[in-house]
Design a protein around this ligand. Structure first.
Ligand code: ZN
Ligand code: ZN
Ligand code: ZN
Length: 371
């Protein structure tokens, strides 16, 4: 369906690293089901279904993909085929858990990826006779620090979503519904270089005060503040995610002033993001600016989340997260302010930690944009 975004040597290195991180964690093997981890490791996309597909690997274990025979052709088009990984295919009526056990040999500590459903985890555990553990720490460590090729893909995604934000004034106006505006934005997300639309949030007026509002049939009014939070995946599978806040016509003066503070808070967090800083320190940088302006209570969520082949992943930029940032980590910085029943605002960029600080991947104008 798609050509591989990276050379097969990139995937070979990711598999080696996952096996050695598993060894460091004392695991004999890890079992990875469809989801972002499998996409990252071998380029196999798609969701888990009732038929088991799983990559089995570990120190001293030849990476093996257990796969329904009907999925074999598709799997061969990925790094699984490019690297000539061992395939253990099965047909309905056969027991795929036996194939997992055969690939593993004798094991005592086995981790499973967090996207593998109970539907498969429980029979695998029973078949192996071991208490399965989460492989999350191993896989998180692999995925959290992006290499140059991944950063290039995130940059491509950032450029594509910036191009959409620059076009929002074409569609956003009084008299149209959020849903109508969102449909135009969704079309542009694809037209500007994404292969999928992952989400389109258009939160106008009071709807903007709900951070997880998506779209509704509310008719946009003159004077509304509108939160537009959008993202998609570029052909390589890496995601964009960027929020800008717009005013339809002349904004309320108090709202405009508060949004100036929000832009400052977002900038403060960007300035704080550098190797050696903790995730909590970056979060606090935004939070402190808002608190100093009396807006601390209006900021209802964490400052950001990691991004890559999934939209939300480690590292989470949140209070209490003492994770030390390293060069190559990519995450959002997206403080927001929300006034229930009235309006809300959020400004979001993806940044990548560099040797000295961080690079913003979204550069569309940050301030309140009147349309
Ligand atoms: Zn969210
Ligand atoms: Zn977002
Ligand atoms: Zn986000």
């Amino acid at each position: 369906m798609s050509t591989l975004p990276f050379s097969s040597s990139v995937y070979a290195a990711r598999l080696d690293r996952a096996a050695s991180l598993a060894a460091d964690a004392g695991l004999d093997a890890i079992i990875v089901g469809p989801g972002p981890d499998l996409q990252y490791l071998v380029g196999v996309e798609g969701d888990t279904i009732e038929r088991l597909t799983a990559l089995v690997l570990g120190p001293g274990i030849a990476p093996t993909v257990v796969v329904p025979r009907m999925e074999l052709a598709k799997v061969r088009t990925t790094a699984v085929g490019a690297l000539g990984l061992r395939l253990a295919d099965w047909v309905d009526g056969e027991n795929p858990y036996d194939l997992v056990a055969d690939a593993l040999g004798t094991v005592t500590r086995v981790g499973v990826s967090d996207a593998l459903p109970a539907l498969h985890v429980i029979p695998i555990g029973e078949r192996l006779g071991v208490a399965l553990e989460l492989a999350t720490p191993v896989l998180r460590e692999s995925r959290m620090v992006k290499d140059a090729a991944e950063i290039a893909e995130l940059r491509r995604a950032g450029d594509a979503i910036d191009a959409v934000h620059r076009r929002v004034p074409e569609w956003l106006r009084a008299g149209r519904t959020e849903r109508e505006v969102a449909a135009d934005i969704a079309e542009a997300i694809v037209a500007e270089g994404h292969r999928t639309v992952e989400f389109v949030i258009v939160g106008s007026g009071p709807n903007g005060a709900d951070p997880h509002h998506e779209v509704s049939d509310r008719v946009i009014q003159e004077g509304d503040i509108v939160v537009v939070d959008i993202g998609g995946a570029v052909p390589s599978g890496y995601n964009s995610d960027s929020t800008r806040t717009y005013a339809v016509g002349e904004p309320d003066a108090v709202a405009a002033e508060r949004i100036v503070v929000l832009v400052r808070a977002q900038q403060a967090a960007v300035d704080a993001a550098r190797p050696g800083a903790t995730a909590a320190e970056v979060d606090a940088a935004a939070r402190d600016v808002l608190a100093a302006a009396g807006l601390g209570e209006a900021f209802l969520h964490r400052t950001g989340h990691g991004i890559g082949v999934s939209v939300h992943e480690e590292p989470y930029i949140a209070p209490g997260n003492d994770l030390v940032l390293r060069e190559g980590m990519a995450f959002s910085i997206e403080p927001g302010i929300y006034f229930a029943g009235e309006w809300g605002a959020r400004i979001e960029d993806i940044v990548v930690v560099t040797a000295e600080g961080c690079e913003r991947l979204n550069v569309a104008p940050h301030g309140l944009t009147s349309v």
